[in-house]
Design a protein around this ligand. Structure first.
Ligand code: GAP
Length: 435
């Protein structure tokens, strides 16, 4: 994990937030490559969950909502972690994270913990010019509630009837007591949530199972190692009382299994809660049957920062191999799926000081740019390859003296390190086929 964290910083994937002021715990910034990586992960989710389905519509709700939303959802009353403070070093810990409840993991003091206390994880803020209790509200701890309170607006305007889904990707905030494991547990993160509403006609468990299979297929399609991914079925005791079924999608990180996504059958719990507190009818009116009913809810909620981290960890490899010239080479390579890779093709000029080569190479890069995520670079070819391997670029294209004679370029594949001479004219088709 240390190697991956170092690479993420060195190559501009992820930086500590506010680093020049010493950082702020639980917050991270995505650099040029990290921003692309996360965007690609979100696009891959959006493509599969929204664009490829005629039964899912897009949504984007505000981060700050009426405080009653959090009363109804239960977040104000039960969104707590139990925490203890060490009286010696004053550090705070989540009770369920302590391996030994009698010894402080930071300073080693024995029996120095305070009594466990509840700590609400929502971040508070004030809306408007007055900082009094009537102005208190919260940064959303999940995006889902914005969808529930708009359920009627959406189904009426989008003219949808269950089964149908509403999806959104957006920031959520949780004042985690112990953020850690790089970007895994943070205080500001992005969630991709699908809320899929189904009729109460007995097919709800089938819909739940379909989404589980769809999400399984998604991770597989983007090449996540099946051996390091598991779909853990929650037991009755582990699920909230209202949930009929629940599955946690977990990845085996270097520190152990960690949750990426939760898929849950939440029944009518969320709509019921908002109907009760707001007094508004959010039921669906079935024209054909002439009856109102409350749809059941299947939710898939994935953390995009955790998923991006998973792609990074899963792609990472230190490799010793023999190159096509028989030389033993050691390299670090990120074996990203081509849809996830921040850069798909790097184009090099072999010599920095040759205007004709540079012009040719930048021209080729510009021609590829509308079709792929590309980058131009120049200099020492060994160093250029090493850099692109480390950021996971599937193909490198080199323009050399021969290019000026016969319009051919060298294409080098990241995974096999094999090099092929290809006509510049055919480059787009060649790469498209292989990506
Ligand atoms: N609406 C359901 C919901 O929010 P959750 O299991 O609390 O369910 C869903 O969160 C996902 O959001 C998690 O599986 C995780 O990927 C992500 N997530 C939750 N807390 C997080 C945190 N502190 N840092 C990063 N990601 C987090």
């Amino acid at each position: 994990m240390e190697e991956i964290t170092a690479l993420a910083k060195r190559r501009g994937f992820i930086f500590q937030s506010s680093e020049i002021y010493g950082g702020i715990n639980g917050f991270w910034d995505y650099g040029p490559l990290g921003a692309l990586l996360k965007r690609n992960v979100k696009n891959a989710w959006w493509r599969d969950t929204v664009e490829l389905r005629d039964d899912v519509v897009a949504f984007d709700s505000s981060i700050v909502m009426h405080p009653s939303v959090w009363k109804a959802s239960g977040h104000l009353d039960v969104f707590h972690d139990l925490m203890v403070d060490c009286k010696t070093c004053k550090h705070r810990f989540r009770l369920d994270h302590l391996k030994d409840r009698s010894k402080c993991p930071d300073c080693g003091s024995k029996d120095s913990f305070t009594e466990p206390r509840n700590f609400n994880l929502m971040m508070k803020t004030f809306v408007g010019p007055m900082e009094d209790t009537s102005a208190v509200t919260y940064l959303r701890p999940e995006t889902a509630q914005g969808i529930f309170v708009n359920f009627k607006n959406v189904y009426q305007t989008a003219r949808k009837r269950p089964p149908f889904g509403i999806a959104q990707i957006g920031k959520s905030f949780r004042n985690e007591i112990t953020p850690g494991n790089f970007t895994f547990r943070v205080r500001e993160f992005e969630q991709a949530e699908l809320e899929y509403f189904v009729p109460d006609d007995g097919n709800d468990m089938a819909a739940f199972e379909q989404w589980v299979q769809r999400r399984k297929a998604w991770y597989a399609a983007y090449g996540i190692d099946a051996e390091r991914l598991r779909f853990y079925e929650l037991t009755d005791a582990e699920r909230p009382h209202y949930a009929k079924a629940g599955i946690d999608v977990e990845y085996l990180f270097p520190w152990g299994w960690g949750e990426l996504e939760s898929i849950a059958h939440r029944g009518t719990y969320d709509l019921d809660a908002h109907m009760k507190l707001s007094g508004k009818d959010l039921r669906f009116f079935d024209e054909a049957a002439k009856r109102h009913y409350t749809p059941l809810l299947i939710e898939s909620s994935a953390g995009m920062d955790r998923t991006a981290l998973t792609f990074l960890v899963d792609a990472y490899e230190r490799e010793t191999s023999v190159d096509p010239n028989g030389k033993t080479v050691e390299r670090t390579v990120l074996r990203f799926h081509s849809a996830i890779a921040p850069i798909q093709i790097a184009v090099f000029s072999l010599a920095r000081n040759r205007a004709d080569l540079v012009e040719r190479a930048t021209g080729i890069e510009a021609a590829l740019r509308p079709h792929f995520r590309t980058q131009y670079d120049e200099g020492n070819i060994g160093q250029l390859y090493r850099r692109q391997d480390e950021i996971g670029t599937p193909f490198c294209v080199t323009i050399d003296h021969q290019t000026l004679d016969d319009a051919s370029v060298t294409v080098r594949a990241r995974d096999s390190m094999l090099q092929e001479r290809v006509q510049a004219q055919q480059l787009e088709a060649y790469v498209r086929e292989r990506l």
